[in-house]
Design a protein around this ligand. Structure first.
Ligand SMILES: *Cc1c(COP(=O)(O)O)cnc(C)c1O
Length: 390
């Protein structure tokens, strides 16, 4: 008999009832160190006082009005994002995949309004993940996500990740944009090197097409810059954001330049919930903390510390682990043992990690994890690795 919750997830045998900072707590009081942060969502850990305050204050004032009216919290968050980034304008969604939908629509409408309705094609890369909507699965194109779901949204060209020479020849008269994650998340924490992102930007400029970055997982301070592309010194035309921006409240966004957004006039797009007062009040509180230079400096310092300790951990368990890769506090340990076994052994030793593709264990701790907790993380991962090796 089917379960009352649609059984699309293989869930771990864990049930959390409370969160405190970097800790998740089960009903019996068992405490887990959370190095997954709800897949890079709880950017400031659990029950951060500033976020709880922002949410409860807003909950007592006004939950929802719809986008038929002005929403001051949405305006405030859009202003903050425009101030802090390349973007001139922002549309708010409730998730990453909704941001993907709009990014695709925006790129196509851009060319349509320029008298080029034939320019609809978007180039994407193997191993990418852009969400589970029809545009998202068509963009990523993996058999796992698309099989059985009927005709896919057309207009995506899939290239092998890392095959530089394939990109320029794949750009045709019909190409509207290139879409890429600066650091692949689900694909196994695989960063695009800075010079490759620069090369992509140059190529898009040369061919006159748009560059869309999916920073749903790698954005919002995760790599030690507010957005990951800043490391490469480039700017996209359109960027998808979600996960960390809401700190645990469902919130996403599409950021764009004025030019890239020029097709999106009144009536061309909408969302009932997108940009609602609750989500945007929390988003403002998250961004105020994460966009602070001193906060980001701490993310970088802690990232260096964690990475150094992970190198030691890997050296101590050469049969279990192969190498660490990633950027900032978005780290992946490529395993020699089965990554699912490492994650399960972590559960037994009260530490939460997240599996990814390419046999990789993801570490996406809250950005405000403490030095002491980093030490604790290594102790627990060491115990997990010993259990896997035994
Ligand atoms: C999680 C993710 C998405 C999809 O976000 P949802 O909120 O699950 O729809 C899209 N792109 C990337 C890079 C992601 O990590």
């Amino acid at each position: 008999m089917i379960t009352s919750v649609l059984p699309t997830y293989n869930r771990a045998p864990l049930t959390f009832v409370k969160g405190e900072g970097a800790w998740l707590i089960e009903a019996d009081g068992r405490r887990f160190l959370d190095l997954g942060a709800g897949i890079a969502v709880n950017a400031l850990g659990h029950a951060h006082p500033a976020l709880t305050q922002a949410l409860t204050d807003q909950a007592g004032a006004l939950w929802h009005t719809s986008n038929l009216y002005h929403i001051p919290q949405q305006q405030a968050l859009a202003d903050k994002l425009v101030d802090a980034t390349f973007a001139d304008t922002v549309f708010f969604t409730n998730s990453g995949t909704e941001a993907c939908e709009l990014a695709v629509k925006m790129a196509r409408k851009y060319w349509y309004d320029k008298g080029r309705p034939d320019k609809v094609d978007i180039i994407t890369f193997s191993g990418s993940f852009h969400g589970r909507s029809s545009a998202g699965i068509a963009a990523a194109g993996s058999e796992k996500m698309t099989k059985g779901f009927g005709p896919l949204l057309p207009g995506f060209t899939h290239l092998a990740f890392g095959d530089h020479d394939a990109i320029a020849p794949a750009i045709t008269d019909q190409t509207a944009a290139i879409l890429i994650e600066p650091v692949q998340g689900e694909g196994g924490i695989i960063p695009v090197p800075d010079q490759c992102l620069k090369g992509l930007r140059d190529l898009c400029d040369e061919k006159g097409i748009l560059l869309i970055l999916d920073e749903v997982q790698c954005g919002v301070g995760r790599t030690g810059k507010l957005f990951a592309h800043e490391w490469a010194g480039i700017e996209p035309d359109i960027m998808m954001v979600a996960k960390g921006i809401g700190g645990g409240f469902p919130l996403g966004a599409v950021l764009a330049t004025e030019d890239a957004a020029s097709g999106m006039t009144a009536g061309t797009h909408g969302s009932t919930y997108g940009g609602n007062p609750l989500g945007c009040a929390v988003g403002c509180a998250v961004l105020d903390i994460v966009s602070d230079a001193a906060f980001l400096a701490e993310v970088n310092r802690k990232a260096g510390r964690l990475r150094q300790k992970l190198e030691g951990l890997i050296a101590a368990h050469p049969d279990v682990f192969e190498k660490v890769r990633g950027a900032g506090l978005m780290l992946g340990i490529k395993c020699k043992a089965t990554c699912g076994d490492v994650v399960s052994a972590g559960y037994a030793h009260n530490v939460i990690t997240v599996p990814a593709a390419d046999n990789t264990v993801r570490l996406l701790p809250p950005l405000n994890i403490t030095d002491e907790e980093i030490g604790e993380a290594i102790t627990r991962l060491d115990a997990a690795a010993q259990a896997v090796a035994a």
